[in-house]
Design a protein around this ligand. Structure first.
Ligand code: SF4
Length: 187
């Protein structure tokens, strides 16, 4: 079995177009027999899109908020804190509440609560959890969070607060952890 998988992977990475085309056709056939033709896409709110297909018209629909402002201890190679420049800064629980209140008053659906990282690889969410819970209970907004590395107290707090989703990078390679994410952790 593992020989079969190894040779299939080898074919996928090294096969010629002629060898791969029947595989693509088979994959398309299997996909169409199991799924519909509908493709759902999400345009992240931290970037403004204006194209022939989609134009973002409501900045309050689902904005991204940074609880660390423009600060981040990691400065990853693929970001260098640039992502944070596109977010609304809310560096205290009070600022986060005011931001979410405004989103709610403007008819927004929810917020992404994100931010830069501590040297331990986590977004410093702990002090904001009571406010996140209040946003869920009093404003009814959808709340998704960027957690970074998840530590137990934050996981428990976010679960208790009732967040709708948590997003984090799954990093499967030691060199990527060190050289790209600048993290002194293990896979
Ligand atoms: S931790 Fe996040 S905000 Fe900081 S540099 Fe990396 S991707 Fe950007």
């Amino acid at each position: 079995m593992s020989d079969d998988i190894d040779s299939l992977l080898d074919l996928c990475f090294n096969g010629s177009e002629e060898e791969l085309t029947p595989l693509f056709e088979k994959a398309f056939e299997v996909s169409r027999s199991r799924f519909s033709n509908v493709l759902a896409l999400h345009a992240p709110g931290m970037v403004h899109y204006s194209t022939d297909f989609h134009t973002a018209t409501d900045p309050y629909r689902f904005p991204s908020v940074s609880i660390s402002g423009s600060g981040c201890s990691l400065s990853c190679e693929h970001c260098s804190r640039k992502l944070l420049e596109t977010m609304i800064p809310a560096t205290t629980p009070e600022m986060l509440w005011e931001t979410c209140l405004k989103v709610s008053e403007k008819g927004g659906e929810g917020v992404l609560i994100s931010g830069g990282s501590t040297p331990k690889g986590n977004t410093p969410l702990l002090d904001f959890i009571p406010t996140i819970k209040r946003v869920k209970e009093d404003l009814g907004l959808d709340v998704v969070v960027h957690t970074g590395v998840v530590y137990p107290d934050v996981a428990e707090g976010l679960g208790d607060a009732g967040v709708d989703g948590a997003m984090l990078d799954i990093i499967g390679d030691e060199a990527t952890l060190r050289e790209v994410y600048h993290l002194d952790l293990h896979v």
